[in-house]
Design a protein around this ligand. Structure first.
Ligand SMILES: Cc1ncc(COP(=O)(O)O)c(C=O)c1O
Length: 343
């Protein structure tokens, strides 16, 4: 740990354009006493990024503070983006756009059959926050990308200034928000007198890039262990290194990342992205019933299943705390009600 570098990171982040969207920062770091006892492993702590605020909170609130500041800086007057129908990102984006008075177009990919017609969970909220939603005919991400570009062209022809966030040249802006969250974990651990060995998280790419950037820059001994929600995506390690390097360059930090800096496990994905697993659902129910905290069926429950599996196989020393980063997503449970309750 290096407090001088912590100050450098704080100062570098403070130079980025930012709009205030979060209600609660820093988010709390809390012990999960009853869950830890039930698991019989190390003390588990939770970093409550599900409590950031903005349309039920989650990891995207921090990211949108930076990425929408970039959009506004460039004079954008309409945001166009897309993901899965039950996307947490799109739900939080819709809340942020409502808050900032920006028009939002969402082109959403169905992941399950029910996504073609059901308006529930995150999708209900996207509509409630006023996003103009289009459900794509199928789950093909290439077609979705083309549809987003076509929509942006249409908007430009109407004299509008559309912005598609989180693209190759800008995704590091989102990631940098997680260098800040990681820094909070380092500082809160010090204040609470704990020395966590691991930070577990659900991570596709952006969140973990930022977390590792933050931890490595301040020379923290905390090891970030991510669990991917996506099957068969070996490029994710190179991708995370690229995003972290781009983010470090944006901040002017002298540090380099390589693929091997990222521990990201895809053993909890199950059938495929967006389909809950028995282990994830067991984890979701256990956390709900021991702590009164809601995980989500697609990301955090699978990461918690990974943590539980590591405890059960004896990977984790019992005397070193571990931190679980709760990246949010709980509104999705309403879109997966039958699976969540196991009925
Ligand atoms: C609840 C939740 N956790 C984790 C992630 C992974 O975030 P990222 O794609 O930034 O790695 C997401 C992505 O949408 C999410 O919704």
């Amino acid at each position: 740990m290096n407090t001088e570098r912590e100050q450098q990171l704080v100062a570098a982040l403070a130079r980025l354009p930012r709009v205030k969207l979060a209600s609660v920062l820093p988010t709390p770091l809390e012990p999960l006493t009853r869950l830890s006892a039930a698991l019989g492993g190390p003390p588990v702590y939770i970093k409550r990024d599900d409590l950031t605020g903005l349309g039920y909170g989650g990891n995207k609130t921090r990211m949108l503070e930076f990425s929408l500041a970039d959009a506004l800086r460039l004079g954008a007057d309409v945001i166009v983006t897309g993901a899965g129908v039950q996307s947490n990102y799109c739900r939080q984006m819709a809340a942020a756009c409502a808050h900032l008075g920006l028009e939002l177009h969402l082109l959403l990919r169905p992941i399950r059959e029910v996504d073609h017609h059901e308006v529930q969970g995150n999708h209900l909220l996207q509509r409630l926050f006023g996003a103009k939603c289009t459900i794509m005919p199928d789950g093909d991400p290439d077609k979705q990308g083309q549809a987003i570009l076509a929509r942006m062209d249409e908007l430009r022809q109407q004299g509008r200034r559309p912005y598609w966030p989180r693209q190759a040249g800008t995704v590091d802006i989102d990631a940098l928000a997680y260098a800040e969250s990681a820094l909070e974990v380092v500082q809160q651990s010090r204040e609470q007198g704990i020395s966590p060995a691991y930070l577990y998280l659900a991570a596709l790419d952006t969140t973990q890039s930022g977390v590792v950037l933050g931890l490595k820059y301040v020379e923290s001994p905390i090891h970030a262990r991510g669990f991917s929600p996506f099957e068969k995506w070996p490029q994710r390690f190179d991708n995370m290194a690229r995003i972290a390097n781009q983010g470090a360059a944006r901040l002017g930090l002298e540090i380099k990342f390589k693929a091997s800096d990222f521990d990201n496990d895809d053993s909890q994905v199950g059938e495929r992205y967006g389909i809950p697993t028995p282990q994830g659902l067991e984890a979701l129910r256990l956390v709900a019933r021991t702590e009164g905290i809601l995980l989500d069926p697609v990301y955090t429950s699978k990461a918690m299943a990974g943590l539980i599996a590591d405890i059960r196989t004896g990977k984790l020393a019992k005397d070193r705390p571990v931190v679980f980063l709760h990246t949010g997503g709980s509104p999705a449970i309403f879109g997966y009600a039958a699976e969540v309750l196991g009925v």
